[in-house]
Design a protein around this ligand. Structure first.
Ligand SMILES: [Zn+2]
Length: 144
């Protein structure tokens, strides 16, 4: 294993052990608290805090997920009836990468002194190099 300086840094490791960096449901709660401090905001009609959580909704079955994947953080607006998640309108939108991996990637990019490469993100997060490259690019762009 090729361990870089980030792994040897105790504080960095403990942050990566935080629940929202490990668990998808916790990652959504974490981001919702930051983006929606006054309750969910519907991206379709703009109403604040008039949505309810949809539990147990799954994606269509696929080869990789024969029973579908749980759709975390799904909300339904009581005003317009549209479904949405906290990812919409953020840099996390239209990405199939799980949110807790995004949060890990952001932490890695922000905490590393040197520019972290796509292949490092790929190894640390267990995602493809292509995904790692996309994440790194979006995060750096958002930080500017
Ligand atoms: Zn709405």
């Amino acid at each position: 294993m090729n361990n870089t300086s980030i792994d040897e840094n105790g504080s960095t490791m403990s942050v990566l052990n935080a629940k929202h960096m490990q668990d998808e449901e916790a990652a959504f709660s974490y981001l919702e608290d930051i983006i929606w401090p006054s309750g969910p905001i519907c991206p379709n009609c703009g109403v604040t805090d008039n949505a309810y959580a949809l539990q147990g909704v799954r994606t269509k079955p696929s080869g990789k997920y024969p029973e579908g994947k749980v759709r975390h953080g799904l909300k339904k607006c009581k005003d317009c009836g549209k479904q949405f998640t906290v990812r919409i309108g953020t840099m996390f939108e239209s990405s199939h990468i799980e949110l807790h991996l995004w949060l890990r990637a952001i932490h890695l990019v922000c905490s590393s002194n040197k520019k972290i490469s796509a292949s490092q993100l790929h190894r640390k997060l267990g995602i493809t190099v292509k995904s790692a490259w996309l994440l790194g690019r979006r995060i750096r762009k958002a930080m500017q």
